[in-house]
Design a protein around this ligand. Structure first.
Ligand code: SAM
Length: 287
């Protein structure tokens, strides 16, 4: 694939190991070996990965959080020449709490093909070993480090009903667990997934209050994914409750349509359900 062919270029998002080199897929290795250019966060780290896999590095271009936007022009130029450009991050899936998203958006915006070589992801790996519900989940990534942004996210997480997946650095873990316990309640279940796929892989499970005590006793080391149970459903809204709420609004002068919309929004249920209940009640009263 070396050298532009004149055909349309393609941007390939390539996942790399989060700790265990054997997790680099054969297709990922082949894609990196054959790419005309590999955009990476840290050229030294990517060169190390490639040489550990017995590959000589293709041309590398670094793009980290600070420089990604500035690299877009150069990458688009390579794609216009019909080249294949691979994007990797230091570990895991590019674009997930890592650079990559802006390059993808730019390539999509210019109409280039964007494809993926999927692979290791710390978030999904932590989720599946957590023992918490996996059917639906909310990816928070890194919480803002401080200030109103952090408070806002903690308040939002308190109401999140799906399993929550966070990343955190070891030296901030104690503070983050304490803040999560304060905002979400100490009895929420949590899994601390550490050094996944590596020699010292370990998943500790307990409540947030216990996790706070644990990290006070055993200093966190290595990389962590924090997986937290969603908020218990605070109420299950029954039909009578919805019907009464609509009737009250209509008695106060709302149209049925407005009352249905207001009640559906207030209780986070579908308008169709509220409308059916409201019209059934009205028809029964008429009959
Ligand atoms: N894009 C990456 C992915 O898809 O996995 C995540 C990059 S983010 C900058 C790095 C964070 O992921 C770390 O701070 C840690 O929270 C988590 N992480 C990465 N590797 C991990 C591992 N082997 N075990 C546990 N957590 C890990």
């Amino acid at each position: 694939m070396t050298g532009g062919t004149g055909a349309e270029g393609v941007l390939v998002v390539v996942a790399t190991p989060i700790g265990n080199l054997d997790d680099l897929s054969p297709r990922a290795a082949r894609t990196l070996a054959e790419a005309d250019l590999v955009v990476c966060e840290d050229t030294r780290r990517t060169r190390k990965l490639l040489s550990a896999c017995g590959m000589t590095a293709p041309p590398l271009l670094s793009a980290n959080d600070h420089t990604e936007a500035g690299r877009i022009g150069a990458v688009l130029e390579r794609l216009r020449r019909g080249e294949t450009v691979a994007v990797v991050s230091d570990a895991g899936v590019p674009g997930i709490s890592d650079p990559g998203e802006r390059l993808v958006r730019a390539a999509v915006g210019e109409g280039f093909d964007v494809t993926v070589v999927p692979g290791p992801s710390a978030a999904l790996s932590g989720l599946v070993v957590s023992g918490l519900p996996t059917g639906r989940f909310f990816f928070e990534g890194f919480l803002p480090r401080r200030g109103a942004g952090r408070e806002e996210r903690l308040a939002a997480l308190a109401d999140e009903e799906h399993t929550i997946v966070c990343y955190e650095a070891p030296h901030r873990l104690a503070r983050t667990l304490a803040d999560l316990a304060a905002a979400l309640g100490g009895d929420r279940r949590v899994a601390l997934c550490r050094e996944l796929t590596k020699l010292y892989e370990e998943t500790w499970r307990g409540t947030l209050a216990e996790a706070v005590r644990r990290v006070a006793e055993v200093a966190p080391r290595g990389e962590y994914v924090v997986v937290i149970a969603g908020a218990p459903k605070s109420w299950i809204v029954d039909d009578d409750h919805l019907t009464t709420a609509v009737s009250r609004l209509v008695a106060e002068g709302s149209t049925t349509r407005d009352a249905v919309a207001e009640v559906a929004a207030a209780y986070d249920v579908s308008k169709r359900r509220v409308y059916d209940l409201a019209t059934r009640g009205r028809d029964a009263n008429r009959g």
